[in-house]
Design a protein. Structure first.
Length: 177
């Protein structure tokens, strides 16, 4: 129940506004707000770092993710990979080169989220006083946003990333390595 007095919320009954399933646990999401939906998927540090590593560096294996400079722990990595898989951003597949190994690949929905990463990275590059990234990233920021995002989408759809592969953004746009 929400009571409004003179245009201000004076009382909010939180429990009546939360969706519960039959076992009285919170539903899969807090609200139907599209911003909330995106934050529930990418709002923690590690999910975005994994997504960044997949899309910019082409990382695909558990071991490659563990090597990130942010030093994610293996149990947290397992949890976040499961989370991204449950949300439909990535899919877990057997490695074609070695069926005993697992690789992670972006789904079409994961590829569709590229504009989110682009905007966060652009904002961070402009707002942070000492950003560190490949020269190609800073070159791409001077280019048309639509062209960069479209090239990134093509790179991911072909199995490449921003930085690596014959169809990478770096290759498509002739950027410095």
């Amino acid at each position: 129940m929400i009571k409004v007095t003179l245009g201000r919320i004076t009382h909010f009954d939180y429990q009546s506004q939360v969706c519960y399933n039959t076992t009285m646990k919170r539903a899969d999401h807090k609200s139907d707000c599209p911003i909330n939906y995106a934050v529930e998927i990418f709002g923690d540090t590690w999910s975005m770092v994994i997504y960044r590593d997949m899309t910019t560096l082409g990382k695909k294996t558990f071991g490659e993710f563990l090597e990130s400079e942010e030093r994610i722990g293996s149990s947290v990595l397992t949890d976040r990979l499961n989370h991204l898989e449950e949300k439909g951003i990535i899919v877990r597949l057997p490695d074609p080169a070695d069926k005993r190994k697992t690789i992670y690949k972006l789904t079409p929905e994961g590829i569709n989220a590229i504009p989110i990463l682009y905007e966060i990275a652009t904002w961070g590059s402009n707002a942070y006083s000492n950003p560190v990234a490949q020269p190609a990233w800073f070159e791409s920021m001077k280019m048309d946003r639509g062209a960069v995002v479209a090239a990134w989408r093509r790179a991911l759809e072909s199995g490449d990333s921003f930085s690596y592969g014959p169809n990478s953004v770096v290759s498509q746009l002739g950027l410095s390595v």
